[in-house]
Design a protein around this ligand. Structure first.
Ligand code: PRP
Ligand code: URA
Length: 211
């Protein structure tokens, strides 16, 4: 139903952990830890197409030509605040990645994103980019974040979210059909306040315990 650029996770561990996040009785500590764990599991999928080269080594038995990552530069870009919760999981899989930050919050009335911070690695235009945010609701924040990264000259951009609404997926695929989108799950719809239903509530508040 969606384009080949939309990758929806079908792993039971991701589904199970998302169900714990959805539960309103999950503690801040558990919520934060599980967001990080899902971030790690989803990074495994989002890095599936990283290019490999080969190198010569000696095993204890003989010489061998073995696969190795071809050293392409990679950066993870969390959308503040809630995206910060996923960074640790990404870095556990790709420890040499650089981290760029985009600060955006959604105006609660217009639902439009407002930018308040941006700091990127100097050579960001040469890097493969993984933008991370737990929630893709209207898609306004991710749409803007992808636009900023394109303005920096980035060409290979992926977006990773835990929960997506159909509205958000459609917006990203319409405005950025070149971007690969990785979703932990796709939910039913948005409510009148722009929250994902059934969703997990306000991801930033639940990660940082600010409610
Ligand atoms: C949340 C979420 C996304 C955005 C999704 O952030 O983390 O960035 O809303 O909504 P959208 O797809 O309709 O733009 P929020 O604005 O609540 O800021 P926070 O991370 O600081 O809590
Ligand atoms: N932002 C959130 O944190 N949760 C939603 O459901 C929608 C936007």
């Amino acid at each position: 139903m969606y384009s080949e650029h939309v990758h929806i996770m079908d792993h039971p561990l991701v589904a199970h952990k998302l169900s714990i996040l959805r539960d309103k009785n999950t503690s801040t500590k558990d919520f934060r830890e599980i967001v990080s764990e899902i971030g790690m599991l989803m990074t495994y999928e989002a890095t599936r197409s990283l290019p490999l080269t080969t190198r010569e080594i000696e095993t204890p038995i003989c010489k061998a030509t073995v696969p190795t990552l071809d050293g392409k530069k990679f950066a993870v870009v969390p959308i503040l605040r809630a995206g910060l919760g996923l960074v640790d999981g990404v870095l556990r899989i790709v420890p040499s990645a650089r981290v760029g930050h985009i600060g955006l919050y959604r105006n609660e009335e217009t639902l439009e994103p407002v930018k308040y911070f941006c700091k990127m690695p100097k050579d960001v235009a040469d890097r493969d980019i993984l933008i991370v945010d737990p929630m893709l609701a209207t898609g306004g924040s991710a749409d803007a974040a992808i636009g900023f990264m394109k303005d920096y000259g980035c060409k290979n951009i992926k977006l990773m979210v835990l929960l997506a609404a159909p509205e958000g997926i459609e917006r990203i695929m319409k405005n950025h059909p070149d971007v690969d989108l990785y979703c932990g799950a796709v939910d039913d719809h948005l409510n009148e306040h722009g929250y994902i239903v059934p969703g997990l509530g306000d991801a930033g508040d639940r990660i940082f315990g600010t409610k």
